[in-house]
Every structure is written in C-alpha cells, then in structure tokens.
Design a protein around this ligand. Structure first.
Ligand code: TXA
Ligand code: MG
Length: 324
C-alpha cells in the first residue's frame, strides 16, 4: 500500500518494521526495501520479495553515523571518511564485530558488513522511529532496475511489500558508492556519486574495480561463506563423524552406526526449523553452519530443503557451500 510521507504514515511504517514487516522507503540514492536488520526472519522476507536467487549481502542503514560502532570496527581512517561523507550516498564495508545483534543474513555470513547513514530525511526519521538499524537493498525485483520513485516500486514489487512510503523522486537515482575499508588498500566495489577523486585526499591511492570502462558487479567479487568441512546435501542418514543440519522433523533420520538422529549431541545437531518454516530456516542458516563447523565434526549432512519461495535462496547458498 502506497502512503504519502507524513507523521502518521512514518509512525505506521516504523511499527511495521518493528513487527518484522517490509517497508519501501526513499533514500537520496534509490528506494530501499527495508526490514529490521536484527530480525533474521524479517531479513529473509527481503530476499523472498525480491526473488533474489542468492543471499547477496545487504546494506545496513543507520540514523546517526555513531550508531555503527555497536556492530562494526571503526578505525581512525574510517572515522575521517564518515566525518566528511556521512550522512550521504557512500556505503562502507567494515569488519563486523563478534556477537553483534545484526542478523547474519545481512552479511551473508561474511566477516564484513556494509553500512550507510543516508541523508534523506524520510529515511532517517523512519530508522529513528523504528529504533533499529534497517537492512535495505534497492526496492526492485531481482534483475530489474533500481527504483527512483514510489511508482517504480509499486510496479516492480507491488503487493509484496507491506507499505511503500512515497516521498517523491530520489536525488541521486544511482545506488551509493560501495567502498571497502576492510582491506589494506581501500577499494571501490561499486562506483557512485562519491568518486575515487573525492576520496583520495583522505585515503591516498584507491583501488577501483572499474576496468576498461566495465563495471564488475560487487556480487561477483564476493567470497561467499563456506564451512571448512565438506557439506553433503539431501542427506537421508548421518555418517560417522558427520554433523546434521536438519530441517523439519528428524523422527525418521537414522545414524549409519545405528540409532536415531535425535540422539546426536548438541555439537552435532542443529535444526533450521522444526516446524519446516522456510523463513525461520533462512534466518538460522549461517549461524548454524558456523556452529556445526566447530572443529569437532568431519562433515555436515544437510537434509532436503524444499526448493520454493525463500527455499530457493537457502539452496543456492547450500549449493555454494557444498561445491567449494
Ligand atoms: O544506494 C544504495 O546503496 C541502495 C539504498 C537503498 O541504500 N541500496 C542498494 O543495495 O543498492 P543493494 O543490495 O542493491 O546493493 C548493495 C551492494 C551489493 O552489490 C552487494 O554485493 C554489496 O553492496 N555488498 C553488501 N555487503 C557487502 C559486503 N559485506 N562485502 C562486499 N560487498 C557487499
Ligand atoms: Mg540492487
């Protein structure tokens, strides 16, 4: 449902975010498809609504620059960049702090997180009222152009969002510059209105992924998370030394050595969703793969996950984990 921006619609939108729902909202770059970044199931809904075939990591948006210190490492260099360019159309890739409240779906299991403090007033009011950081990719169906007005969002995602905050056309119309500050040499992963020339006085020489006028998709550069041990898909039983990543009931899962899977100790068993809920499964996926990759297990056996809805994204990630 499309609503013009005013105090009432902003309040309603912030309540939807707190309830784990999706709200499309304007930023100074493009419209974002927002959800509570600390709620894994809410973040999983973003992937489903976009029809994104994989868990590409998301940008976490904050209302005040200093809000990021809770979940990422902020060096002096980073501080200087923030002071000059935030709020604004610059996304920073920074080292993720351990035990952060941010759902691992936002970082796609990577040790880094993309963060941005937008300058758009509607965006900042929404984040402030919601009281949580907001994860938001561009508010378009996967493979479509980024939306620069509320009508674009309506056309592309229509009834898949709980509310569209209509705040006119965006200023930049181009997604934010993505600057990786987690490596020794700062690297622009996605060019935007903040350019290398803008950043060089502060950072010195900058690597850029734009070569021969070609723009490499940042998604292509990602090392997706894969456990250090083999992952076996569509398992119907559990071998010796294997851990089990279950989905749904394990009543009929057996151990090759005899007995049932429910007798496995805690360090060898995680269930993505006992009720077979794909959203719950998506929100647990990265955390549970990490938990079973604990040095105790030789491999991870994964039960079949239905290849529908958000299950497609889960299987995409599992296939990557299994093939690397
Ligand atoms: O302007 C924008 O950035 C908009 C507004 C809504 O803020 N958002 C946006 O999000 O364009 P999205 O998801 O369409 O693009 C985010 C890009 C993706 O290419 C993703 O691969 C990259 O940022 N990215 C996110 N987290 C990353 C990480 N930890 N490391 C490397 N790249 C990352
Ligand atoms: Mg996009």
């Amino acid at each position: 449902m499309m609503k013009a921006v005013n105090d009432t619609s902003l309040k309603e939108a912030s309540e939807l975010i707190r309830d784990g729902r999706l709200v499309a909202f304007p930023t100074e770059t493009v419209y974002g498809l927002g959800a509570d970044a600390t709620n894994g199931e809410a973040v999983a809904r973003i992937f489903e609504a976009k029809g994104r075939p994989s868990f590409n990591p998301l940008i976490v948006h904050v209302a005040k620059p200093s809000d990021i210190t809770e979940f990422v490492e902020v060096s002096e260099k980073t501080q200087a960049v923030m002071a000059q360019f935030w709020p604004g159309p610059l996304t920073l890739i920074l080292p993720l702090k351990g035990n952060s409240r941010i759902s691992q779906l936002c970082s796609a299991g990577l040790p880094t997180l993309a963060v941005r403090c937008p300058s758009n007033q509607t965006a900042r009011k929404l984040i402030t009222l919601a009281g949580v950081p907001i994860a938001a990719p561009s508010a378009n169906a996967s493979g479509h152009l980024s939306p620069t007005n509320a009508q674009h969002v309506e056309k592309s995602l229509g009834n898949k969002v709980d509310m569209i905050l209509a705040g006119g056309s965006t200023q930049a119309g181009l997604e934010s510059t993505v600057l990786d500050l987690s490596t020794d040499i700062p690297t622009i992963l996605r060019p935007g209105v903040v350019t290398a020339e803008d950043l060089e006085p502060l950072l010195g020489s900058i690597e850029t992924e734009v070569k021969d006028g070609e723009i490499k998709s940042p998604g292509m550069l990602l090392k997706h998370y894969a456990p250090s041990i083999p992952v076996r898909l569509n398992a119907v039983d559990v071998a010796e030394g294997e851990a089990l990543l279950a989905f749904g009931s394990i009543k009929f899962m057996g151990l090759k050595t005899g007995g049932g899977a429910s007798s496995l100790p805690e360090e060898r068993l995680r269930n993505l969703s006992e009720d077979g809920d794909l959203y719950e499964a998506a929100s647990n996926l990265f955390a549970y793969l990490h938990a079973l990759d604990n040095g105790e297990n030789k491999a991870i056996a994964v039960m079949n996950i239905p290849n529908q809805g958000v299950g497609i994204a889960i299987n995409d990630r599992l296939n990557r984990a299994a093939s690397s």
